[in-house]
Ligand binder design. Structure first.
Ligand code: DOR
Ligand code: ZN
Ligand code: ZN
Length: 354
């Protein structure tokens, strides 16, 4: 029995791993995981192998996505030092540009000012720029938003000082927005110790004080909840030098419904953070006849069993939540029901040319 109807949710930060990382996730398993989590649109990150920084990789990715996705997918173009002249070409079939300023999984990085300036000058003003910035790099992003008078979106903000400097920038009227992940709202560095490599990601889990400060900004400074779903296999996580990243598509809505139950935010605010604001910031279309049916009262324990993600594990396994996703309808078709994907492969659309 469902007792709550939500709009199709949007995850603006998903790693689908195509091309090059299909053993971790592929278009079918990643978009199935999205639907299971009540998410009908995902934005896919460009730190693939090779990264999405050239028209050739864009073309390959678009071709592979056609007929292979269950939910709607928009692609991020990636910024690299050698490819800024290609950005206008990439922009036509991508929804936004991603700039990595700090250390993370894969080699995609921008570490010099000339490249940063070129990105801000060449990327079309009609499309968003999202930045992976940690610590003082957040101030670099704010400076660029001010200097070029254009919106900058900050990915996975996780620390007290970061959210505070973004709040200060917003008070000055600067066009900055930010997302926070459920793992940075629900887990701390104590969980990182307990979970080992399964609790390691970039940005890392933070202190209790950081988590409390983020929570205090949930009704004000934070614009979006985004998963940073970053699957790696258990074998990779068990090996030497495990890669950073955790899954999140299937646990994000149950966790946020639990936060609603605990009165940390209202249901209306959840919808703003997980659907309305992401669509506005990234100018994403609203699919017609699309809804997520939820049983908001069911209490249960999150488990690795039955996950749609290819890597098959979650850092939240064992955590009690309130709120189960029962059914998802996309453009009038039932695409998920009671733990099963009922969609036809290809029911998702690639978002292009908006
Ligand atoms: O932990 C992370 N993993 N952070 C990122 O920014 C990238 C991601 C990945 O691609 O695995
Ligand atoms: Zn990142
Ligand atoms: Zn990421």
């Amino acid at each position: 029995m469902s007792n709550l109807i939500l709009p199709g949710l949007v995850d603006i930060h998903t790693h689908l791993r195509v091309p090059g990382g299909e053993h971790k996730e592929d278009f079918a398993t990643g978009t199935a995981a999205a639907l299971a989590g009540g998410i009908t649109t995902v934005l896919a990150m460009p730190n693939t192998t090779p990264p999405l920084t050239t028209p050739a990789v864009l073309e390959e990715t678009l071709q592979k996505a056609q007929h292979a996705i269950y939910c709607d997918v928009g692609l991020f173009a990636g910024a690299g030092p050698e490819q800024t002249d290609l950005l206008p070409k990439l922009s036509r079939y991508t929804v936004a540009l991603k700039i990595y300023l700090n250390d993370t999984f894969g080699p995609l990085r921008v570490e010099d000012l000339p490249t940063l300036i070129a990105c801000f000058k060449t990327w079309p003003r009609s499309k968003a720029i999202a930045i992976h910035a940690e610590g003082q790099s957040v101030a670099v992003g704010i400076g660029l938003a001010a200097a070029y008078r254009r919106p900058v979106h900050f990915c996975h903000i996780s620390r007290k000082e970061e959210i505070e400097v973004i709040a200060a920038a917003k008070r000055q009227g600067l066009p900055v927005t930010c997302e926070v992940t459920p793992h940075h709202l629900f887990l701390t560095e104590a969980d990182a110790e307990r979970l080992g490599p399964l609790g390691d990601m970039r940005p890392r889990l933070a202190t209790q004080a950081d988590v409390e400060t983020l929570s205090a900004h949930i009704n004000t400074t934070i614009d979006c909840i985004a998963t940073d779903h970053a699957p790696h296999t258990l074998a990779e996580k068990d090996a030497d030098n495990p890669p950073p990243g955790v899954t999140g598509l299937e646990t994000s809505l149950p966790l946020m419904l639990t936060a609603v139950k605990e009165k940390r935010l209202t249901l209306e605010r959840l919808i703003e953070l997980m659907a309305t604001n992401p669509r506005r910031i990234f100018k994403l279309p609203l699919p017609p006849d699309t809804q997520v049916e939820v049983d908001a009262q069911t209490r249960y324990t999150l488990s690795n069993q039955g996950l749609q993600t290819k890597c098959g594990w979650s850092p939240f396994s064992g955590m009690a939540v309130t709120g189960r996703i029962r059914r998802v309808v996309l453009r009038g078709e039932e695409v998920f029901k009671d733990g099963q994907i009922t969609a036809q492969l290809g029911s998702g659309k690639v978002l292009a040319e908006n």
